[in-house]
Design a binder for this molecule. Structure first.
Ligand code: ADP
Ligand code: MG
Length: 464
């Protein structure tokens, strides 16, 4: 069987499965090889492979038979995009019709090891600088990571990256690892999570192999420990970490650490470790901005279009998602995956209606995040006034302006109606709320202080 014969078989299938099915499911199959009566296809996603196998497997085999080729089985291998090489180390499982479907590898499976003999964690092949979208909130962290990834003499040691969940710490660290390897395949990079560090330490203790353990950790050129907050409070692990750290610093080897907060804020971390961690370059990843989220979505969408060809994305949806899903990038990505899978499954285009239907839970979650009470609390904190004054009857400007700011934010960030907001502001009438909102809308264009207050407050809600 050749590419040409598959081309002809495909056309026959088009007639039997119909144009829509053809475009969605058959066209994305890329013929790879016929081996021992097994026809192998590359597919852009495991989902697609499973689906085709279940729904069209028999038809495809039959059609192949009709064209005089002997085949007994179909096999699907997942590649990121059509035409790309298959994922590393696929692990086949049996599909329903006896065909083999290689599942969309999860992180660990898809990843390749940088240095298997060091026993580090697997690196995710998608976490490179190419796929990292840079925006204001992460530009410093990105610049620092780039700098370290150039290799050369160690200037900041350690590089300490911190920030909330899903903001790209692991992505950046692994991007450094990939880039260092690319520049110099001989460089010994060891990437692992603090949890794995502890696990290996305990194992070494138990198996009386501390010499080997120390030897491995002291022989690397670059050590990366992800989520270091994990070892807080774990005394002997911290102790060992401290020694490893010092030994490497003494040898002028690069160390890169990540955590969910700044060194000084990690409770249960020894003082001497904290000060060691602070002695290099400490940079944080800020909560994502609307622009960054939109940028990330736009980048991901290209990938998804390749995977789910034929899916139409109506304009405005990405903007909606970037606005509504502010939690973290991981959730944002999950939402997009679900939308594409769902749309291709039901054969609809991705518009706002489908988005709301398909993402009810995620959207509800991000709704719940901001409540009127929370806004009132943050606004009164911000302006340093009492909550009772914010919602109370006093008309002094010092209270009235923050009150209007709070009203405005309630309208923008919650789903509450004006009367509902009014009730929560000491039983005010909805026209009063309306007036307050209008006032701020006008002021934010003319008064830079108000504009800045709004921006700061808005951000503080994104941060959660
Ligand atoms: P963290 O380690 O900070 O919890 P990750 O690095 O695991 O977060 O990122 C979560 C997901 O979001 C990953 O799939 C990652 O690729 C993606 N991501 C985060 N930030 C960016 C970015 N700036 N550009 C592209 N993808 C990003
Ligand atoms: Mg991480």
């Amino acid at each position: 069987m050749t590419n040409e014969s598959w081309g002809i078989i495909r056309q026959e299938l088009r007639k039997s499965v119909g144009q829509n099915n053809y475009v969605n499911w058959i066209e994305p199959l890329e013929f790879d090889a016929l081996d021992d009566k097994v026809v192998r296809f590359n597919v852009p996603s495991a989902f697609l492979g499973t689906w085709v196998d279940r729904n069209f497997g028999e038809q495809i085999l039959r059609q192949i038979g009709v064209s005089g080729i002997q085949a007994e089985r179909l096999e699907f291998r997942v590649t990121g995009k059509p035409g790309e090489r298959p994922a590393a180390r696929p692990r086949p499982t049996d599909g329903p019709s006896g065909a083999t479907v290689v599942p969309l590898p999860d992180r660990a499976e898809r990843a390749e090891r940088v240095e298997p003999d060091l026993g580090g964690a697997a690196l995710d092949s998608r976490f490179t600088f190419d796929t990292f979208v840079v925006g204001k909130p992460n530009e410093l962290a990105h610049a620092a990571a780039r700098r370290v990834a150039e290799g050369g003499p160690v200037t900041f040691n350690p590089l300490f990256l911190y920030g909330g969940v899903g903001l790209g710490k692991t992505h950046l660290m692994q991007a450094i690892a990939w880039e260092l390897q690319r520049r110099d395949p001989n460089v010994r990079v060891l990437y692992l999570s603090a949890e794995q560090f502890m696990y290996r330490f305990i194992q070494a203790l138990r198996d009386r192999q501390m010499m080997d353990f120390k030897q491995i950790f002291r022989s690397v050129d670059v050590l990366m420990v992800d989520d270091v907050q994990f070892i807080a409070g774990k005394d002997s692990t911290q102790e060992e970490f401290f020694h490893t750290f010092n030994a490497l610093v003494d040898q002028r080897k690069q160390i890169i650490i990540s955590a969910d907060r700044a060194p000084g804020e990690i409770e249960g971390l020894e003082r001497r470790i904290v000060s060691r961690l602070q002695s290099g370059l400490v940079v944080d990843l800020h909560p994502t901005s609307y622009e960054l989220r939109l940028g990330i979505l736009q980048q991901k969408v290209e990938q998804y279009h390749a995977q789910f060809s034929g899916v139409v994305l109506v304009s405005g949806v990405l903007e909606f998602l970037a606005h509504r899903i502010t939690t973290n990038v991981r959730v944002l990505e999950g939402a997009l995956t679900r939308l594409f899978a769902f749309a291709s499954l039901v054969g609809r285009e991705i518009d706002l209606a489908l988005t709301q239907e398909c993402l009810t839970d995620i959207l509800r979650q991000s709704d719940r995040k901001t409540t009127v009470e929370e806004i009132q609390r943050k606004v009164s904190d911000h302006y340093n006034i009492r909550l009772s004054d914010l919602v109370g009857p006093k008309r002094l400007r010092t209270f009235a302006r923050p009150r209007q700011v709070a009203m405005y934010l309630c309208k923008q960030l919650t789903q509450r109606s004006l009367p509902e907001i009014g009730r929560r502001f000491g039983g005010r009438d909805h026209t009063t709320i309306m007036h307050g909102i209008k006032r701020i809308e006008a002021l934010k264009d003319s008064d830079p202080q108000i504009a800045e207050d709004l921006e700061l407050l808005r951000r503080s809600f994104d941060e959660q």
